[in-house]
Design a protein around this ligand. Structure first.
Ligand code: ATP
Length: 321
C-alpha cells in the first residue's frame, strides 16, 4: 500500500438492503491529482464519495485518507476533506457571508482565521459581489459556488465534489470547471460526473465505474491509446506509389496500410498502427528524408465516449439474462 497516497481504498463494499451499490473496489489517488469518478446513474459514485467523506459506513473494506482510517479516525479525516454532496444542502434563509462564516466556525476555525478564509474563498469562488445576498434567492450557479466555497473554507487537503456542474448553464459550467482546475495546484480533487468531456477536461486520471465496480482506471490519453487499435492515420504524400509502398512496408509500427492515388502525384495512405502506436512522427520523418511533399497527416481518434460505451457495455452473458 502506498503510504503517501491521499486516498487508498481497498476492497470496499457497500450493500444497502438487498442491493450492492459498491462491489469490492480498490483504488488509490496520489497527492495533487485531479481524479474523475465517471459512470452512469446508479454506478455507485455517490455512495463511494459518501463513504470517503465519513457520511456513510461501509459494509466491508478499508479506506484511508491521508493515512487515516475513515472508520476509526473520522475526525482526522473530516478535518482534511472538503466535501460537496450532490444537491448540496445549504441554509436558504442565510446570507452567503454569514453562512460561510458559520460553516468555517463549525469546522473548527477560530474567529480570526475564519474571517481570513472567508475573504479568500469568496474571492476564489467569485462570490464577493453576492456576499450579502440571501442564499435562497441566488441562481443555481451561485448556489453551487457557495457549496464549493463551503468545501474549501477550512483549506482541506482533499476536495470531494459530487457532480459539481449538474444543472448549470454552459457559462456557469465553464466557470466551475475553471475553478476546479485552479484548485489542482494546492489540493487533491476527486470529482464525480457522468459527463465525459467534463472528466476529460478537468482530470489527470479517470476511474470508470459501472454497476459498483471500477472497470478502467487511467489517464484520458492512455484510455484513448488503449482503444487506438482501431484508429487510423491518414497521410497524403506526393511520391511514386511503389517507393511509398516499399517504405511503408519497412516501418515496424504499421500493422496494415493501403495506398491509393488521388490528384496529381499525391497518394492517399490509410495506415493502421500496431498497438496504438502514434505513427505520425515516423511518417513525417519519412517524407522529410525522401524530400516528398506531404499535404495531410491526421489521426482519427476514438472519443472517450467510444471507450466509455465499450467498457460499460454489458457482456453477452449478462445480455442473455
Ligand atoms: P447518480 O449519479 O444517479 O447519483 P451514483 O453513481 O452516484 O448515481 P449511487 O447514488 O451511489 O450511484 O447509487 C448506487 C446504487 O445504490 C443505486 O442502485 C442506488 O439505487 C442504490 N442506493 C443508493 N442509496 C441507497 C439507499 N440509501 N438505500 C438503498 N439503495 C441505495
Amino acid at each position: 500500500m502506498n503510504d503517501n497516497a491521499m486516498i487508498a481504498v481497498t476492497d470496499l463494499t457497500k450493500r444497502y438492503a438487498g442491493r450492492t451499490a459498491v462491489a469490492g473496489i480498490s483504488f488509490t489517488v496520489a497527492r495533487g491529482e485531479i481524479v474523475g469518478l465517471l459512470g452512469p446513474n446508479g454506478a455507485g459514485k455517490s455512495t463511494t464519495m459518501r463513504i470517503l467523506s465519513c457520511f456513510l459506513p461501509a459494509t466491508s473494506g478499508t479506506v484511508r485518507v491521508s493515512g487515516f482510517d475513515v472508520f476509526r479516525q473520522s475526525e482526522e479525516v473530516r478535518r482534511r476533506i472538503g466535501y460537496m454532496p450532490e444537491n448540496n444542502p445549504l441554509y436558504p434563509e442565510m446570507r452567503v457571508q454569514e453562512y460561510l462564516k458559520f460553516r468555517a466556525r463549525l469546522k473548527g476555525l477560530n474567529w480570526r482565521r475564519s474571517r481570513e478564509r472567508l475573504g479568500t474563498v469568496m474571492e476564489q469562488c467569485g462570490l464577493t459581489e453576492v456576499g450579502r445576498r440571501i442564499i435562497g434567492q441566488l441562481s443555481k450557479g451561485y448556489k453551487q459556488r457557495v457549496g464549493l466555497a463551503d468545501a474549501l473554507v477550512h483549506e482541506p487537503e482533499l476536495i470531494i465534489l459530487d457532480e459539481p456542474t449538474l444543472g448549470l448553464d454552459p457559462h456557469q459550467i465553464r466557470a466551475v470547471r475553471q475553478l476546479i482546475k485552479s484548485l489542482a495546484q494546492k489540493h487533491t480533487v476527486l470529482i464525480s460526473t457522468h459527463i465525459l468531456p467534463e472528466a476529460e477536461m478537468t482530470c489527470n486520471r479517470m476511474l470508470i465505474m459501472f454497476d459498483g465496480k471500477i472497470l478502467a482506471a487511467d489517464t484520458p490519453d492512455n484510455l484513448q491509446r488503449l482503444m487506438a487499435g482501431g484508429s487510423q492515420i491518414i497521410a497524403e504524400i506526393a511520391a511514386p506509389a511503389d517507393e511509398l509502398r516499399e517504405a511503408l512496408s519497412q516501418m515496424p509500427g504499421i500493422e496494415q496500410f493501403n495506398v491509393s492515388p488521388c490528384e496529381g502525384e499525391f497518394q492517399r495512405c490509410a495506415l493502421t498502427p500496431r498497438d496504438g502506436y502514434d505513427l505520425r512522427p515516423a511518417i513525417f520523418a519519412l517524407a522529410l528524408e525522401r524530400g516528398w511533399i506531404m499535404r495531410e497527416l491526421t489521426r482519427s481518434r476514438h472519443s472517450l465516449e467510444d471507450i466509455y460505451v465499450q467498457v460499460t457495455k454489458p457482456t453477452e452473458e449478462e445480455d442473455g439474462e
